[in-house]
Design a binder for this molecule. Structure first.
Ligand code: B16
Ligand code: MG
Length: 216
């Protein structure tokens, strides 16, 4: 029997990827780099500084900035991103999420958020779903980002369950690889991009029956 659910945030609970994209596109363009939606797929699940590094490599500018300048660029992107997040409301929950979380609560299955985003607590508040989560892993406490399994193992530890008792939910390949490296059952949330290695693929969370799922 599975005993807990571990959710990615961006792409599973809500679609903040579009806001990340707008903010990164603006920032990149201010330093003479163009990015498009295809490139943006590479940034999903990847931390803020790693995202900036990938953008700089993409633009051939990986040596152009000092660490302090890169930190300033990442800060500038985040300020814009947080401005865009102000518009979030509970209507921005992805379809089926609320129903699934209600089912989990009804069946007393504890839930965790394993998001690379330092803005996760703010986003969950805007969506009015903070109370559904027993644990929100703080990515600042981790040594490695996805696809390393660390964030998922930390979430299981904080939920007080083993990896084998956890089910992870991810929309991005990096995150899915992290769940599998943690030896957990992986639900892939498919949004149009190919996902490899999921134990189960769904388009919306309410395709899943909580009681069936925990028996896997
Ligand atoms: P922040 P997830 C990730 O969220 C995003 O997919 C990724 O694009 C972003 O760079 C990362 O969070 C860090 O976000 O800049 O807000 O700290 O998919 O892990 O929920
Ligand atoms: Mg994601």
């Amino acid at each position: 029997m599975k005993k807990g659910f571990i959710f990615d945030l961006d792409g599973v609970i809500t679609d903040t990827a579009k806001y990340h994209y707008l903010a990164w596109k603006d920032l990149a363009s201010s330093i003479g780099i163009e990015i498009d939606l295809v490139f943006n797929e590479q940034l999903k699940g990847i931390s803020r500084m790693d995202s900036l590094e990938r953008i700089l490599v993409h633009g051939g500018k990986e040596q152009a900035f000092t660490l302090a300048e890169k930190e300033a660029l990442a800060h500038q992107k985040n300020t814009h991103y947080v401005e865009l997040l102000q518009a979030l409301t509970p209507a921005d929950l992805l379809p089926g999420v609320k129903a699934f979380l209600d089912e989990a609560r009804k069946n007393a299955i504890p839930c965790a958020i394993a998001s690379a985003s330092k803005n996760a607590p703010f986003i969950l508040d805007k969506l009015e779903v903070t109370d559904y989560f027993n644990v929100i892993v703080d990515p600042a406490t981790l040594k490695k980002g996805k696809p390393d399994p660390e964030i998922f193992l930390k979430a299981a530890e904080l939920l007080g369950i083993s990896a084998k008792e956890a089910i992870g939910f991810e929309d991005a390949q990096a995150g899915l690889d992290g769940i599998k490296a943690a030896n957990m059952f992986a639900v892939g949330v498919f949004s149009g991009e190919e996902l490899h290695g999921a134990d189960l693929l769904v388009e919306r969370l309410d395709e899943l029956d909580v009681l069936d799922l925990i028996r896997r």
